[in-house]
Design a protein around this ligand. Structure first.
Ligand code: PLP
Length: 367
C-alpha cells in the first residue's frame, strides 16, 4: 500500500484512531446508533455557537455538493429567486445546481483573487426586490481565498433575505459565529476540518428558515426538511446511513475537543499555513491570493518564471517522499495548490519545504 499524507483540502489525512472506528459494522436501527447521530448533531450546534430551538442541524448522505444541492433545492421555492456570489469553482457550482434544478437565480461573479464586496451585494438586493436568498462560499477552495461572510451576511440579513453559506473547507478550521451572523443555512462536510472521512455533509439551519422549506424540495433524497424531520424524531436517518463514516466522525469530534476545540485547531492550521507560505516564497513560489485575503486552509502558488519541470514531475517527486499535493484550479494562471489541514503539523510543513528544496536542486533550479 502506498503511504503518504494528504496536503489536499479534503479528503485529508485522518488519525489512526478515527480510521479504527470504521472496523465495526454498527446496527442502524437501535438506540445506541441513534444516540450517536443525536450527539453529533448536538456537537455541531456547539461548534457553530448556536442552540436549539433557534437552530438545528441535519446530516445528509453524500459528499459536500449533496449538502449544497440539498439546501438550494429545498429552500429556494418556485416563487423565490437566488443570488449567487461566485469567485471560484464552488460558487459557480451553485449556479450549476440552480440551473439544473430550474431555480430562478442570478450569479454575480468576482475575480478569483477578489472577495465578494458587501456594498455591491447591498446595491444588487436593492435593485432586485425579487431576490429572496443569497448564497456564497466562505473558504473558496479553488484559490484558498477566505471570503468575508460577516460583511455580506450583515447586508443580506438587514435586507431581510435568507443567507446561505458553503463553509465546506472552513467550518471548525475557522471559527464561525453562525448565530451572531444570523446565517440561515451553513453547509460543511465530514471530511474537512473536523477531520472525519468522506460520506456525508451536514447543515446548520436556522429553524425558521428550515420550516419554510417544508414541501418545497425538488428532489426526494435531498429533501432537507424531510431529512430533518425524520432525524429530529429519534436520531434515525431517513435512508441507509453511512454507519462507518458516522462512527469515524463521532471519534473525530472527540479528538477535536481533545485538541482544544476550534480555537486550537484553527491556530494549528494558521501556523501550518504561515510556515508553508514563508518557506515556499523563499524558494520563489508566490501565492495567488494577497496576504490580506489568504485563508488558512489551502494556498495556491504561481510557479517561478522559466521553470523546467511539469506539475506531474513535481507531484511524483513529492509523493515518493510522503506527501500528496494538489493541481491548480484557478482558470487565469498556471498554479498548484497545497492544503495544510487534517492531521498535519509544523514538522510536516518543514519536511515539505525540504522536499521542495531537494526537487529544485535536482532540477538545477534552486532558489
Ligand atoms: C468550498 C467547497 N464547496 C463545495 C465542495 C464540494 O464538495 P464535494 O467535492 O465533497 O462534493 C468543496 C470540495 O472541496 C469545497 O471546497
Amino acid at each position: 500500500m502506498p503511504d503518504y499524507k494528504l496536503l489536499t483540502p479534503g479528503p485529508l489525512t485522518t488519525t489512526a484512531s478515527v480510521k479504527q472506528e470504521m472496523l465495526f459494522d454498527h446496527c442502524t436501527w437501535d438506540d445506541d446508533y441513534k444516540k450517536i447521530t443525536t450527539r453529533i448533531r448536538r456537537e455541531l450546534l456547539k461548534l457553530a455557537h448556536v442552540e436549539e430551538p433557534e437552530y438545528t442541524s441535519v446530516l445528509m448522505q453524500g459528499s459536500g455538493t449533496f449538502g449544497v444541492e440539498s439546501v438550494l433545492t429545498s429552500s429556494v421555492g418556485t416563487e423565490d429567486c437566488l443570488l449567487i456570489l461566485a469567485n471560484g469553482a464552488y460558487g459557480k457550482r451553485m449556479a450549476q445546481i440552480a440551473e439544473h434544478a430550474g431555480l430562478r437565480y442570478y450569479m454575480e461573479e468576482f475575480h478569483y483573487d477578489q472577495i465578494p464586496d458587501a456594498g455591491r451585494v447591498a446595491r444588487l438586493l436593492e435593485e432586485h426586490p425579487e431576490i429572496t436568498h443569497t448564497a456564497m462560499v466562505h473558504s473558496e477552495t479553488t484559490s484558498g481565498i477566505l471570503n468575508d461572510i460577516a460583511s455580506v451576511a450583515k447586508v443580506v440579513k438587514e435586507a431581510g433575505r435568507t443567507m446561505i453559506v458553503d463553509a465546506m473547507s472552513s467550518f471548525a478550521g475557522v471559527d464561525i459565529p453562525v448565530g451572531d451572523l444570523k446565517i440561515d443555512f451553513l453547509i460543511s462536510s465530514a471530511n474537512k476540518c473536523i477531520q472525519g472521512v468522506p460520506g456525508f455533509s451536514f447543515i446548520i439551519c436556522r429553524r425558521e428558515a428550515l420550516d419554510a422549506c417544508e414541501g418545497k424540495a425538488r428532489s426526494l433524497s435531498l429533501d432537507l426538511y424531510d431529512q430533518w424531520k425524520t432525524m429530529q424524531a429519534d436520531g434515525k436517518w431517513r435512508f441507509t446511513s453511512p454507519t462507518h463514516v458516522v462512527l469515524a466522525f463521532a471519534k473525530a469530534l472527540e479528538e477535536l475537543e481533545q485538541e482544544g476545540g476550534v480555537e486550537a485547531r484553527s491556530r494549528r492550521y494558521r501556523e501550518n499555513n504561515r510556515y508553508l507560505i514563508q518557506g515556499l516564497k523563499a524558494m520563489g513560489f508566490i501565492p495567488y491570493v494577497s496576504e490580506e485575503h489568504q485563508g488558512p486552509i489551502i494556498t495556491t502558488f504561481f510557479y517561478p518564471e522559466n521553470r523546467n519541470y511539469t506539475f506531474e514531475e513535481m507531484y511524483c517527486f513529492i509523493k515518493d517522499r510522503g506527501y500528496a499535493i494538489y493541481p491548480g484550479k484557478v482558470t487565469d494562471a498556471e498554479t498548484f495548490r497545497i492544503g495544510n489541514i487534517g492531521e498535519i503539523y509544523l514538522e510536516d510543513m518543514e519536511r515539505l519545504c525540504e522536499i521542495f528544496r531537494e526537487f529544485l536542486q535536482a532540477k538545477g533550479a534552486a532558489a
